[in-house]
Write a protein that binds this ligand. Structure first.
Ligand SMILES: NC(=O)c1ccc[n+]([C@@H]2O[C@H](COP(=O)([O-])OP(=O)(O)OC[C@H]3O[C@@H](n4cnc5c(N)ncnc54)[C@H](OP(=O)(O)O)[C@@H]3O)[C@@H](O)[C@H]2O)c1
Length: 318
């Protein structure tokens, strides 16, 4: 889902910026790759000659079905390229087990696409991101330039009013039972953008880490996101899909922009396969103090889930 005002101007038929040249032989993880944008992005990566594409999914049957479809389309069936790994972002234990497995089993990680999302999920970002540690360690060992791309949404910039009420303590603020479910989703996306901006720019500058971190809005795309939305919201969404929606394949090209983007994308918000920091991100969301505070709240939560993980991540960057 995306901000409604911008929809009539939403571009379609986006460029495919992932090429054989910048993808072949590389290793990628795509969370939520069994359907929608993640599935299409993973299919592109496998088709372009990636050596390994990990489909990180919470439903193994759906993951295996996606693998089969990708293998058929990409011609990778007998090449041991596409793998299905369990990952449930609702469970810290699952995230930790996944990160451990990635650390021990993968030689390298060239791109981590944190795509999985749920229209009414909260704190998905917080649960998903012990993985930068793995990405960063890989970079040092192999001298490569990995990407960490977090899929977000311009919807986050439409909830300034709600944000003002919870910004001091956004995580518990989003728990508030009075908050409408449909405000919750954009708030999670806003939190992602704010926190990642601080993380990338201030704590993990690319000059120090060699890891390119960016956020991507895929625009309004025809996927199953919003399947649990109330009936009236869903009916409206279907109309918008029909008028302005990108196909999930088209939308996946924005994710691929993030995962092959150069240093110029570090710490930036990307939209429609372009850096959209100045065009689509409102000034109030760029407040460095607010970004830092949002990151600090998340870091505290992460430290409870996995004591020492934030310090470890920052040490990796030093
Ligand atoms: N579609 C849009 O218009 C739009 C616009 C802006 C941003 N986005 C963002 O784009 C990303 C992809 O969404 P989509 O449109 O492709 O939606 P989708 O078709 O609903 O796919 C979402 C994926 O996330 C997975 N997922 C959800 N909760 C999970 C959890 N707890 N653990 C692991 N995986 C989980 C889903 O798995 P299951 O199949 O098991 O549920 C599915 O694979 C999301 O971050 C979304 O917020 C989408």
């Amino acid at each position: 889902m995306s901000s409604n005002n911008a929809l009539p101007a939403q571009k379609r038929n986006l460029p495919l910026l992932a090429t054989r040249e910048n993808t072949e032989g590389r290793t990628y993880i795509v969370t939520g790759a069994n359907t929608g944008l993640g599935f299409e992005a993973a299919k592109h990566l496998a088709s372009l000659g990636a050596a390994k594409v990990i489909l990180a999914v919470r439903n193994d049957i759906a993951g295996q079905a996606a693998k089969q479809e990708i293998d058929t389309a990409a011609g990778t069936a007998d090449k041991n390229v596409v793998e299905v790994w369990p990952l449930d972002l609702c469970s810290y234990d699952s995230v930790k087990a996944f990160a451990k497995r990635a650390e021990t089993e993968l030689e390298r990680i060239d791109g981590l696409l944190e795509n999985a999302g749920l229209a009414q999920a909260r704190r998905e970002f917080a649960e998903g991101h012990v993985l930068p540690v793995t990405v960063n360690v890989t970079r040092k060992r192999l001298g490569i330039q990995p990407r960490l791309t977090i899929v977000t949404s311009s919807m986050g910039f439409t909830v300034k009013g709600e944000w003002e009420q919870i910004k001091e303590n956004p995580l518990t603020g989003m728990d508030d039972e009075n908050l409408h479910m449909m405000q919750n989703y954009p708030l999670t996306k806003l939190v992602e953008n704010l926190a990642v901006h601080h993380l990338a720019r201030e704590l993990l500058p690319v000059a120090k880490t060699g890891v390119i971190i960016n956020t991507v809005c895929p625009g309004l795309c025809v996927t199953k996101l919003g399947r649990d939305a109330p009936h009236d919201v869903l009916a409206n969404l279907r109309q918008l899909h029909a008028l302005y929606g990108r196909s999930s394949e088209d939308g996946s090209r924005t994710l691929l922009h993030g995962v092959v983007g150069g240093v110029e994308t570090h710490g930036k918000y990307l939209d429609s396969c372009e850096i959209a920091e100045d065009t689509a991100m409102p000034g109030w969301a760029k407040d460095p103090k607010m970004q830092k505070h949002t990151w600090d709240v998340i870091a505290k939560e992460l430290d409870v889930a996995e004591p020492g993980c934030v310090v470890k991540m920052l040490q990796c960057a030093a």
